[in-house]
Design a protein around this ligand. Sequence first.
Ligand SMILES: CSC[C@H]1O[C@H](OP(=O)(O)O)[C@H](O)[C@@H]1O
Ligand code: HPA
Length: 247
Amino acid sequence: MTNVAIIGGTGLTRLSGLEIIHREVIHTPYGEPSGPVTHGHLFGREIAFIPRHGPGHTIPPHQVNYRANLWALQHIGITRVIAVAAVGGITPEMKPARLAIPDQIIDYTWSRAHTYFEGSLSQVTHVDFTEPYDRALRSAMIAACDSAKLGQMNNGTYGATQGPRLESRAEIDRMSRDGCDLVGMTGMPEAGLARELELAYATCAVVANWAAGRGPDATITMEEVGRNLDAGMSDVARMLEALMPLL
Ligand SMILES: CSC[C@H]1O[C@H](OP(=O)(O)O)[C@H](O)[C@@H]1O
Ligand code: HPA
């Protein structure tokens, strides 16, 4: 049994180097998770892994069953969740292929199932979310990036948009005025639900592209996203290798 899980995002449907023990299908009161949870050893440490968009990357960000994914992880004894997420870079330091460990989040999503505290049997509950990411897990991830010399950004505000379309230039300008450094489509409600379940949760963001209107090109292409994610994911693998002994 392990208490550490990794949620893989775009570009991380399969965890290379994971020595698989078994796959577990979990049904939850909130419906089906994105796929079976894979149990395995990663660089000598047992972990559980779930691909956020499904094993074949078929579930778009607004249709991920975030409640089921996190409930399933808690159900099998997970207490710490490392989320890997592709993002667009808004501020100049958030360059394509760079890693960042965000420390704040702003939610621009709508109509997603975003809480466990609803329904006639649930007490009205307001969890604290002042610091949306777990301090100890973030520190361990930053230490792992440092030891692998990845040149990551150690903080930043992640703005979570609804997707699946990318943003307009004006939307990114507004997010920048709000203080967002990064833009992605899955950070919420994932982080909030993890907090409701009292799971320690932190994100390793991989910059896949300049956000709309921020880079030299007029449009964002999936070709550039793929290229930057290939480079960024090899740094994610190095971060995870350094992180496993620290957990
Ligand atoms: C241009 S790729 C957009 C896609 O990638 C991110 O997914 P994830 O956060 O799961 O890595 C982003 O949120 C979108 O879903
Ligand atoms: O530019 C983006 N916007 C939103 N989500 C993303 N995920 C990767 N790149 C982006």
